[in-house]
Design a protein around this ligand. Structure first.
Ligand code: ADP
Ligand code: GLC
Length: 479
């Protein structure tokens, strides 16, 4: 199956969160299954084109959209699969996402350029797979503007990675979209109310909808968690499926992770301690092996439950019962709260503000427990990295966290982590106390770690579900 996969971020070229990891690993796994994949993404100034050895393929490809015209160049990565749209006036900005007045246009151009690139290559996609609001207008453009033969057979898939970001703009941008007499395809009622939502239009027009875990697929159909789109999602329930993300084992495997001072597996799990010492030394944390070290790596936004964490953690740190290393950046108030923890408990708590790939790996490799008290979590990747690394996750039962972590039961020895239900400090405290009660029991803890490490969350396994979906859409029987 020929698949055009469009994403606003692709690891390792550009990344702010899990979408980048998925946009790298899923196409790679599908390509390994003999599908023909073309991944299209912007050439941001943040992409290190020298390090990644991108080569130029096309120059001056013209796009006309309504009465606007532009020309872009195209670069190809040496995986032969990832294509970059080079439009410096749009993609050379201080950050990947902006609040600039042309933010809508930056991603309309990505969407349209991806289709234009198919024309340029005379490459007829069977499946056009869009991700998140940035590429939400792709199905609409295929219906309204890119109606030539090349796209006649193309079926569209849209994946919701996070319903919290809907790409809603003022109705004034309608003129920029170049829809001409097809403008009636826009959501008329919302247009009258003065807004255009990119993600919403994907939900209206994609042939198939997916999201990144079965639980989240269900949750977003409820008024509580549907963020205003639950009605539309319920109407499309038959076309919506939850497929868990996987982890890229070429990047996240404790046996081969080159960021770790000591590689380890189930059979030499004691070597994980070497990483714990390294993480503590690097972060200025003092204490012995018997004091549990908690880790967290997160975009610091309200979704991630940072506000739940501060008081319970402060109490445990004050009592000297835990140590922690926290990594992340985002909203100022959360950064300040984590900084306050580090300042209040020197030698016990460390906080690194910013984005740090190396430290992220060391935290997974060195921490005893991993914190993910998310308010909502479409899938979440770090809890799966944690399971693979024998770093026991403490999570809230929501979205993909609910689908990948099970609460440890001391009676049976089953379970892979600690899971709480209610989104409040008491809930989190309960889970932490459960974990701290098991930690000193070395045998039980080892069992818990091994349970997690035995779980197969690889993309090799998960990509099969996309394979089936694609084949069904193009009218083939799944093999
Ligand atoms: P989300 O996409 O909502 O941020 P995920 O758990 O799916 O959540 O993915 C987050 C990804 O981003 C993981 O690969 C995580 O390691 C990475 N990440 C997030 N913040 C940082 C950071 N400050 N430094 C390094 N990696 C980070
Ligand atoms: C989103 C979600 C996260 C998910 C990621 C990749 O950013 O917040 O839960 O893992 O997308 O699908």
């Amino acid at each position: 199956v020929r698949v055009l996969f469009v994403s606003s971020e692709v690891s390792p070229y550009s990344k702010t969160g899990g979408l980048a990891d998925v946009a790298a690993a899923l196409p790679a796994s599908l390509a390994a299954m003999n599908h023909d994949l073309m991944v299209v993404t912007p050439l941001y100034s943040q992409v290190d084109d020298r390090r990644h050895r991108l080569h130029p393929v096309f120059d001056d490809v013209e796009i006309k959209l309504g009465d606007r015209a532009a020309a872009f160049s195209v670069w190809l990565a040496d995986d032969g699969r990832t294509w970059f749209i080079d439009l410096p006036q749009l993609y050379h900005r201080a950050s990947i996402y902006t609040n600039d007045p042309d933010e809508h246009w930056r991603f309309v151009m990505l969407t349209v350029a991806a289709l234009e690139l198919c024309r340029q290559r005379r490459w007829a996609p069977d499946i056009v797979h869009a991700n998140d609001w940035e590429t939400g207008l792709l199905p609409l453009y295929l219906r309204a503007v890119f109606t030539d033969d090349l796209f006649r057979a193309a079926r569209t898939v849209f994946t919701i990675h996070n319903l919290g970001y809907q790409g809603v703009f003022g109705a004034g941008i309608a003129d920029d979209l170049g829809l001409g007499d097809q403008r009636y395809l826009l959501h008329q009622e919302h247009l009258r109310q003065g807004r255009i939502g990119f993600l919403e239009h994907a939900l209206m027009y994609a042939d198939a909808l997916t999201t990144v875990s079965p639980t989240y697929a269900w949750e977003i159909q409820t008024t509580e968690m549907g963020m205003g789109l639950d009605g539309l999602l319920r109407r499309r329930a038959h076309d919506l499926v939850g497929i868990l993300n996987g982890i890229d084992t070429t990047v996240w495997d404790p046996r081969t992770d080159h960021h770790l001072p000591a590689n380890y597996s189930e059979s030499n799990l004691d070597d994980k301690l070497v990483n714990k010492w390294a993480l503590m030394a690097e972060s200025g944390i003092e204490g012995g092996a018997e004091v549990p070290l908690l880790g967290m790596i997160s975009r610091l936004v309200s979704q991630k439950g940072v506000e739940l964490l501060i008081r319970p953690l402060a109490r445990l740190l004050a009592e000297g019962r835990v140590r922690c290393v926290l990594l992340g950046s985002g909203e100022r108030k959360y950064e300040d709260a984590l900084q306050w923890l580090a300042d209040s408990f020197p030698g016990r708590a460390a906080y690194r503000r910013g984005y740090d790939e190396q430290l992220a790996h060391l935290i997974e490799g060195g921490a005893d427990m991993f914190l993910m008290p998310s308010q909502y979590e479409p899938c979440g990747l770090n809890q799966m990295y944690s399971l693979a690394y024998g770093t026991v996750p403490v999570v809230r039962r929501t979205g993909g966290l609910a689908d990948t972590v099970t609460h440890y039961d001391p009676a049976t020895g089953e379970g892979t982590g600690f899971v709480f239900q209610h989104y409040n400090e008491e809930g989190l405290t309960w889970a932490l106390e459960e974990a701290l009660a098991v930690f000193p029991d070395r045998k039980a803890w080892r069992r818990l770690q091994l349970n997690g490490m035995a779980q197969d969350n690889s993309w090799q396994r998960r990509a099969g579900e996309y394979d089936e979906l694609y084949r069904r859409l193009v009218g083939e029987e799944p093999s």
